[in-house]
Design a protein around this ligand. Sequence first.
Ligand SMILES: [Zn+2]
Length: 337
Amino acid sequence: MKEYLKEIEKEALGRIGQVSRKQDLENLERKYLGRKGKLSEVIKKIGMLSLSERSLVGQTANRVKEKISRQIQLKKGFLKQLPGRAAKEKIDISLPGVLPDIGHSHPITQIIEQIAGIFSRLGFHLVEGPEIETEYYNFEALNMPVFHPSRETFHTFYTTDNFLLRSQTSTVQIRVMEKRQPPISVIAPGKVFRPDATDASHSFMFHQVEGLMVDKKATFAELKGILTVFLKQMFGSKIKMRFRPHYFPFTEPSAEIDISCIICKGAGCRVCSQKGWLEILGAGLVDPAVFKAVGYNPEEVTGFAFGMGVERIAMLKYGIDDIRLLFENDLRLLEQF
Ligand SMILES: [Zn+2]
């Protein structure tokens, strides 16, 4: 009889666990605990047992009854809560879903695209050249013959004798002029390499954008006009500009172009070393020796070239104070752009 009670317990608890309607639960209660229920029938028969068996079976029957009763009460409470809970937990199908992470352009690529966009609206075409160059394109054709002292200022990575990683994008000017006749107006963005020790403002690899315009009469005034339009579109119409005389082997005359500091507006701050000005571009009229190298007649054509560092512009525009951050590919930085 004890075994039979255990069976009733197992069966009852299993069924209570499965019901999901109040009505079904009440039927189960009646079936097991009611006056004509399964347990009552067993209890009625206890009187027929021997005295020793009687108390043992009686205790077991009471325990089973309590257990079933407790489970029914718990389930009743649960079913009562159910409508409220369902209302609270219902799915709002108008909520936006969880979007997967989508990649985007690196901040350096974004700046290059911005620069290229401004110049393409000014009529410049985008061109590219190889990153591994010969000494001829990196030096000789750019008016830096062997033993020319200015080669010293362009520290260079050599791969093998005569081959090197280009130290400036001016190499592309030569390649374009060799293949085409004026008028030419191109910009050439790309990577350049210099064996500099890496620190907050130096990297052995960085990006430049080089510009070149050649025509029968390309003047310094045109150069100034184009760079003014570019810098105002890039840094805002309120910036001021100044041209400082400078020396580059491949341009004559040459200038460095500063803009008024975009952080302190010229008052002087840490970024501009208290000067109020930021050096942004190098430029000048193409040296006649460069025209000779590509087979142009310097008596018939004139031209101007300019170059700028992309990382420097990105750092100024985005307020990044360490160039290394741009190459570490830390998502915490990249996600901000
Ligand atoms: Zn400043």
